[in-house]
Write a protein that binds this ligand. Structure first.
Ligand SMILES: [Ca+2]
Ligand SMILES: [Ca+2]
Ligand SMILES: [Ca+2]
Length: 348
């Protein structure tokens, strides 16, 4: 073989190797492109859609209605409705959050039009971002939530029901309140692993005013028991503690007015009472230790005990005391005599 033909043969071999490498490169590029195409397609399929809250209903139950509080204790409020997550309703029900906020409208952000009422305050902002786990709230403090109608993994719609206890002193929004122009506002925001969706609100309901007072437990169970007194004698002082157990909050020059308390009563009499004791023999004062002669005589028509008793703003009750004494006439009375004393809350 000549040197020339040896060179040609080497060139052919090199060319074949190069072709092979080029072919391999093309193949690799081709595979790479195919691979990128597959990845792009997969990413698109699992793109997250944030949950949307379709409806918000406020009431004592899942039926829309104004809220009337129970004096001296808590009352359950329900915020409920439907939601959609186009990936799956389980995005919220199983691992997401339901943020519920409820309070008087003007306490909300952006002059009452925004979604947030701020930090928790049982006067006007019942707020919590509730963690959900398998359709039930997990570890929540204020709101308890459940999700229903969220079935198969590809179900996109669910129903939620959230409840919270409202304190008896929560600020009202009805016509008797200084927040007449407000409504009871609720907003619901749901979030999944991708973040929070938009807020949906409701301002259809009112929080009503409850004018109420309560007396201490001993007085409720036993009355004002003066005990046994000699003719012409004066009883020991008996204390009655009055609590504002409502949420009355009328407008008193731009502040929340409460109630005033009035006292009235009847003569003491009864089947075992030989002579009626005039009601005026019972006297009261708001200061302990006042002499009977300096106290206010009980009358049949109401007399103001305290002119203003604000509603509570915290779990500490707002109270006032009355101190009672009974002086018996010097003659004519025997047996057991009983009457009635009435404490009335009057809206300011
Ligand atoms: Ca989602
Ligand atoms: Ca469903
Ligand atoms: Ca109103």
């Amino acid at each position: 073989m000549s040197n020339d033909s040896q060179a040609h043969s080497n060139q052919h071999a090199l060319f074949a190797v190069l072709l092979g490498i080029v072919g391999l490169l093309i193949l690799l590029v081709f595979i790479t492109i195919r691979s990128q195409g597959d990845n792009a397609s997969t990413t698109s399929a699992v793109g997250n859609a944030l949950p949307t809250v379709d409806t918000v209903v406020v009431g004592p139950s899942t039926t829309a209605a104004d809220i009337t509080l129970t004096e001296g204790t808590t009352t359950t409020v329900t915020v409920s409705g439907n939601y959609t997550d186009t990936n799956s309703c389980h995005d919220v029900a199983d691992t997401g959050h339901i943020k519920v906020q409820l309070g008087r409208q003007s306490a909300f952000s952006t002059g009452g039009t925004g979604p947030d009422c701020g930090t928790y305050d049982d006067n006007h902002c019942i707020v919590e971002n509730v963690q959900m786990a398998s359709g039930v709230s997990s570890g929540s403090t204020h709101w308890s939530c459940t999700v229903s109608n969220c079935t198969t993994s590809d179900d996109t719609t669910g129903s939620y029901v959230c409840t919270a206890p409202l304190q008896y002193y929560m600020t009202p929004t009805d016509a008797a309140s200084r927040f007449t122009a407000d409504k009871l506002k609720a907003t619901v925001i749901m979030s999944d692993a991708g973040g929070a969706g938009a807020a949906t609100g409701n301002t259809s309901q009112e929080l009503n005013t409850t004018d109420a007072l309560s007396l201490d437990a001993t007085t409720v169970s036993s009355g004002i028991n003066y005990g046994s007194i000699a003719l012409g004698g004066t009883s020991a002082e008996k204390t009655v503690v009055v609590t504002n157990s409502g949420n009355s909050c009328g407008d008193n020059v731009g502040v929340c007015a409460g109630i005033k308390v009035q006292i009235s009563g009847s003569d003491m009499t009864g089947s075992g009472c030989t002579t009626t004791i005039d009601k005026g023999q019972q006297r009261w004062d708001i200061n302990a230790g006042t002499a009977w002669t300096g106290q206010t005589a009980l009358t049949g028509s109401p007399v103001n005990m305290v002119m203003s008793m604000p509603k509570a703003n915290t779990s500490t009750a707002v109270t006032a005391s009355t101190y009672w004494k009974l002086k018996l006439p010097t003659t004519g009375v025997g047996g057991t005599c009983a009457g009635t004393v009435t404490y009335s809350p009057v809206r300011l």
